[in-house]
Structure formats: C-alpha cells, structure tokens
Design a protein around this ligand. Sequence first.
Ligand SMILES: C=C(O[C@H]1C=CC=C(C(=O)O)[C@@H]1O)C(=O)O
Length: 382
Amino acid sequence: MKSSVEIFEELKTQLNNKLPFVVYKKPGESFSKAIVQNDSQNFEANLTEAEGFIFAPFDSKDTAYLIPAAHSDVKEFRTEVREEDNKEANIPDEFLDFEFRETDQKEHEILVQKGIDAIKTGDLKKVVLARSEEVSVHDPDPFRIYKNLIQKYPQAFVYLWFHPETGIWMGATPERLIRTERTKFKTMALAGTQVDKGSAEVEWRQKEIEEQLFVTDYILESLEKKEEVKTITAGKPFTSKAGKLLHICTEITGSMNTPGDLKGIIEALHPTPAVCGLPREQAFNFIKSHEKFQREYYTGYLGEINYKTEVKRNSNRRNQENQQFGAISKRSDLFVNLRCMKLVNGKARIFVGGGITKDSNAAEEWMETVNKSQIMKSVLVK
Ligand SMILES: C=C(O[C@H]1C=CC=C(C(=O)O)[C@@H]1O)C(=O)O
C-alpha cells in the first residue's frame, strides 16, 4: 500500500494536469480512497448505467459528472484521526474570527422572511433557504484543507473533488442520501439544528421535531410509491452529531425488488425536504426564484454508484444458499453535498442553508447559517 504522502503527491500532479479525481473518507473509517481518472475525457453521469463516482448538482437539469470505474484507478491509504486534533465539539475562538458583512445578514433575513410569509399564506409547508459567502484563504492548498477536515469531522463523509468542468469542491457532510448493497438499502431523514453545548440530555423544540417529521414522512411516502421498493421501515428519531452541531435523524431501511435498481429511488429522494422543501416542486420553484446565488453542486449528491465489490465467500455450509449470488456485488453509497465549499482563485465559496417552516425566525435562521459556515471556516485556518 502506498503512503498518504505518495498518494497526495500523485493527486497534486493530477490537479496540475487538470485531470479529474476525488479523494474521500467515509464516516468513522480510518482510511481514505482516491479515485483517479486515467484519461482526459469528460463523462456525464447517466443514472441507469453509471458505474463509478458521481458528482450531481442540486438541479437535475444541470450536468452530473462521473469518474467511471472503467477509466480510473482506486488507491486506498490510511488516514488516522489523531485524538489531540479532534476538536470538533469546541472550535477555538481564533478560528471563528472571520468577518461577515452586515448586508449578508440583512439579505438572508429578508429571504427567510419571504419564505415564512409564503408558508403562512400558501400551500408551501417547508422551504430550505441558503446563501453563499466568500472568504480569502491564506494557504488555499486543498490537500491541507482535506487533511484538516478529516481530523475535525471524523464522523462525516469528507471529500475533495476536482473536475475541469466543476472546479474544486470539498466538504464534510453528515447526510447520507442512500446506501445499497444487492437488494438492501439504507437512507436517513435529517433535519433540525442546534449547537452542541455538551449536555447529555438534548432537548428539541416542537418546531424542529415537526420539521424533521416532515422529512421522514416525505421520504417514506415517496419511496413506498415506487414499484422498485419491496419493503421499507423507519427507526426511532435520535440526535446525531455533526461537528459542533446536532441534528435529529431517523434511519430508514428497506429492500428493492431488483438489486441495484437505483434510478427511480434516487429520483424519489433527491432533492430531499432536508435540502429543498415541501411540497417539493413548489419549494424548488421558490428557491430558484428567490435565492440570489447558484447552488451548483451544493445540496446535490455525490459518491460511489454501482461500484463492483468482491463479496467474500464463506465456506460455512449454512451459508451456501448465499453463494448462488456469485462473488461480485454492486454497491452504491451516496451522500448529500452539505457543509461544503468551492475553491476559486484562492478564495473559498462556502454554502450554507436551513429549513424554514411557519414557526421559523429570520434572525435565528441567520445564526444557524453562521454556525454552519464555521464548520468550513475552522478548517481553512492553518
Ligand atoms: C441545508 C443544510 O442543512 C440541512 C440538513 C440538516 C439540517 C438542516 C436544518 O436544520 O435546517 C437542513 O435541512 C445546510 O447545512 O446547508
């Protein structure tokens, strides 16, 4: 196995040559994977036949890119989380000393208030409204920032993606869109945010409980309708930690009639009410006509799609039944592109948003985006 130093050197060369690659680490794992495209073609992803690593935008009308498994090499290397660096619960104050413009605050509060008013007067139940913010970075080395993200957010899906058509994106997202293996799938309903104050008992307000329930109900309803889906079950909501933030999460598991029949399921899930709103189309239109920036790949999704993996055969007689499936299975593991940024000309464009319901408060929503943006800012400092 090559060392991380050697692999990062190879990735630097890949970036200098403007060739696509992605390097990522899954929640809780102690190794990273780099997928390095070995030619300079641009591959657009088609959900029915994509096999590789997909990078898909918020708006499905825009282009999703793929690093195809057949045109790339996979390299795995250890990326241990050092305990002393893992300061995720309390980011030191000096890391938070970035200025934000007052006009940003005003603009965001006006946008949120428009969302609240639309919910109170129409059919819209929830809309996720976001903003972007640019900060200068002293040392915009994406590999250094990637290493920082891994140390700070060991429980997130951490990634660094480059493609000549999209530029450099990176992030540490807490939200899994879907994971599948053979006919089994797993997804989650994530919503509600509060800052982790370190107390063992976490209390959630009715507003957040309701907001998260919308998300769970929507995911269940839209998946139940799909003929690809055979069974589906939701667990109990629990508090999940994402850096110094807490969210409410419900795990949803199920099975499909045909292994790897993902297209319909992805289309049913994306964009989830955790990043768009309810009803989906109205929320989508509201976002498109009111937000003052392009989301691009923020609130899109990314990850392994139909990756062939070897299944270890078990010589135990009782498992013989399972062997009839053969030794190769296709696996997908996709994440929602949250807590992310785009690196452009030595600056980081950070994307943050929050779910708005009838009980939301514009000033609180602004603060929520400030807290979320600090997840990115804390890793930009040396
Ligand atoms: C849209 C974002 O977060 C979503 C995911 C979890 C909690 C959320 C919330 O509390 O509003 C958002 O729905 C973001 O981080 O930019």
